[in-house]
Design a protein around this ligand. Structure first.
Ligand SMILES: Nc1ncnc2c1ncn2[C@@H]1O[C@H](COP(=O)(O)OP(=O)(O)OP(=O)(O)O)[C@@H](O)[C@H]1O
Length: 300
């Protein structure tokens, strides 16, 4: 479990993380989302004791990271894959990590196999592609068989097979009861991976909810009736937002499928179609974070 209480980090006048209170529970994959510069990496760095909060606390398994006795056995992190000695081989890099952290050295080969780097285990990491570097970073994070995993953009640079592998790996780790917090900008990927979402905007908490609830909040109902205007009026009286689609159907927001059916029945309106429309996570996310985007390309 990871607990943030009033976590705040300011760099001079810029508040990177603003009074963030949230608990990341074990046994599920929590997606950590937010626009560029919204404070995700700063939050992860505070959890790992790499950045000192201005105020508030960040604890892992009930303690500040720096006071954990065997940190790599408790917490695995992928946060800055470039931070490794380029002249070392992948194997030597992991072996050095194992030795300095009192971990069994035979885990090294096991992890190299797990992430699929057997064929390049004795090549220098300086020659690695972005995706190979990510795989090595994941191997390092898992080296201590930790209870908690913090992964900043783990699928960055991975090919589709690698992305699917990470998705299945995270699912397995969560199913084993571990705490898995993973940031990504790939919404379609997150939609398939995360059970729960924590969304930041300008350093503040915008959402902390199950994925299904966020998608439900942004769901709509499509309804088609030969008495469309009558139905639209009845729905609007209940506060629904009703729009006319090109084919004459109504798109209804603010009421659920059953409610729309009940309203139609009560108004004596015949229905030819009643369908729930779920938005993609990307659409829900863009709506949620729209006002919190700081860096936007011109023309959008
Ligand atoms: N060491 C630092 N010194 C000054 N400002 C910083 C520092 N680290 C981060 N910031 C600022 O804090 C804000 C949050 O940055 P952070 O990297 O945490 O965001 P992020 O959500 O991880 O962004 P991205 O999605 O682009 O990786 C940004 O405005 C950034 O410029």
């Amino acid at each position: 479990m990871i607990e943030l209480v009033g976590l705040t980090k300011a760099y001079r006048a810029r508040v990177a993380v603003d009074d963030l209170t949230v608990t990341i529970e074990p046994g599920r994959v929590t997606g950590f989302l937010g626009p560029n510069g919204s404070g995700k990496t700063t939050t992860l760095r505070c959890v790992l004791g790499l950045t000192r909060p201005t105020s508030g606390t960040a604890t892992v398994l009930g303690r500040p990271y720096r006071s954990l006795r065997h940190p790599m056995r408790r917490v695995g992190a992928l946060i800055d894959p470039a931070a490794r000695h380029p002249a070392r081989t992948a194997h030597a890099h992991l072996r050095a990590l194992a030795q300095t952290n009192g971990l069994p050295v035979d885990r090294v080969d096991e992890m190299i196999d797990l992430v699929g780097l057997e064929s390049v285990a004795h090549e220098r990491v300086g020659s690695f592609s972005l995706g190979m570097g990510q795989r090595l970073g994941i191997a390092a994070a898992l080296l201590g068989d930790p209870d908690v995993l913090l992964l900043d953009e783990p699928v960055n640079g991975l090919d589709p097979e690698g992305i699917r592998w990470v998705r299945e790996l995270l699912r397995d780790l969560a199913d084993e009861g571990r705490t898995v917090l993973v940031s990504s900008h790939l919404m379609s990927e997150m939609e398939d991976t995360a059970d729960h979402l924590v969304v930041l905007g300008r350093g503040r908490l915008l959402a902390d909810m199950p994925m299904a609830d966020l998608l439900d909040q942004h769901a709509a109902v499509r309804v088609r009736s030969p008495q469309g205007p009558l139905l639209a009026a009845a729905l609007r009286r209940l506060g629904a937002v009703v729009e006319l689609e090109l084919d004459g159907a109504l798109r209804v927001e603010g009421l659920g499928l059953d409610q729309v059916g009940d309203v139609a029945f009560a108004a004596g309106v015949r229905l030819h179609e009643l369908t729930r429309i779920t938005e993609s996570l990307e659409a829900a996310y863009l709506e949620l974070t729209g006002d919190a985007v700081e860096y936007r390309a011109s023309g959008l």
